[in-house]
Design a protein around this ligand. Structure first.
Ligand code: PEP
Ligand code: MG
Length: 316
């Protein structure tokens, strides 16, 4: 079926505060898409895939091993369609699988998962997907299927990259399934590793449409603090000057190059941080559905402050 512009109707009924900086929602479960769209969010800044794969109950690698690729493609496409539909024509950024081994070990008795000493520094995100390109290709095929059905609002977002070559390889795989990234479809990446923030210019040279700051991971990797370890939780803060410098650098370099820069980590829901993000020139902030209305107000206040400060400066 062809998508309908439901999101516009919803947005009008919500009558949101107008902000130049877009405010989007993070979605992890397709069932939650309607509720997320009802907030009047300007799109989905992060569609997580892990939950979808976990609820399928079968390890994605097993689908491949048993020659059931079509089943995997259809499962992904059916679920992503629910979200793309609820938000059409607003953009939905589909993040390719970021499966840490410790989370996926529950599937199939763990036979498809290695035991790692440090899963957070291990086999996850794009590094894993390039080692298992069959899974990544199934994801791209699912997105292509939806694109062919008229869901032109989908974008592809690559997680946990530490070198631009990973993006080049991912783009080539996408081309292989007949979908031209950065031409047919928006193609972007998450900045979650300091290496990516420090070399963002090189990534921009690869040809991308957007960047999204994954500050949950960026914080843990910058500060060497495991985000899931309660013993070091007190050392985990996105407001650490080193994290903020990496964020500022990324936003400003993207703005210079005309590449959209968003944030989908929890830092985007912290008012003190949002004020800074807006002043650096962020294009959109994506938060959990429950926080969208509050983030919208915070963004509006930050924008007003920016305008007032500039006006006062000129008057002086
Ligand atoms: C992040 O790292 O900030 C992020 C949004 O991704 P996830 O929380 O799924 O790792
Ligand atoms: Mg992350």
């Amino acid at each position: 079926t062809k998508p309908e512009a439901t999101a516009d109707v919803v947005a009008e009924s919500v009558a949101p505060i107008i902000t130049v900086t877009e405010v989007k929602a993070n979605v992890s479960m397709p069932e939650a898409a309607t509720k997320a769209a009802a907030t009047g969010a300007d799109g989905v800044g992060l569609l997580r895939t892990e939950h979808l794969m976990l609820t399928a109950g079968v390890h994605p690698g097993k689908f491949i091993a048993e020659g059931r690729e079509d089943e995997l493609i259809n499962t992904i496409a059916e679920n992503v369609m629910i979200v793309a539909d609820a938000f059409y024509p607003k953009p939905v950024w589909y993040r390719t699988l970021d499966a840490p081994t410790d989370e996926f070990i529950a599937l199939d008795g763990g036979e498809n998962e290695p035991r790692e000493h440090n899963p957070m520094l291990g086999w996850r995100g794009i590094r894993r997907e390039l080692d298992q390109p069959e899974i990544l290709k199934c994801e791209f095929k699912a997105i292509k299927k939806l694109y062919d059905q008229g869901y032109t609002n989908l974008g592809i977002m690559i997680p946990l990259s530490q070198h631009p070559d990973e993006l080049r390889k991912a783009k080539a795989l996408c081309e292989e399934v007949g979908l031209r990234p950065h031409k047919d479809i928006d193609f972007g990446m998450m900045v979650e590793i300091p290496a990516a923030a420090l070399t963002i210019e090189d990534y921009i040279d690869v040809g991308i449409d957007f960047v999204s700051l994954g500050t949950n991971d960026l914080t843990q990797y910058t500060l060497a603090v495991d985000r899931n370890n309660e013993f070091v939780a007190k050392h985990y803060t996105e407001e650490h000057p080193a994290v903020m410098k990496l964020i500022e650098r990324t936003i400003k370099k993207c703005a210079e190059a005309g590449v959209k820069c968003s944030i989908c980590g929890q830092a985007g829901s912290v008012p003190r941080i949002v004020e800074k993000l807006v002043s650096y020139g962020i294009s959109s902030v994506s938060s959990n559905t429950d926080a969208v209305a509050e983030v919208r107000k915070t963004v509006a206040r930050a924008e007003q402050k920016l305008i007032l400060d500039a006006a006062r400066k000129r008057l002086e």
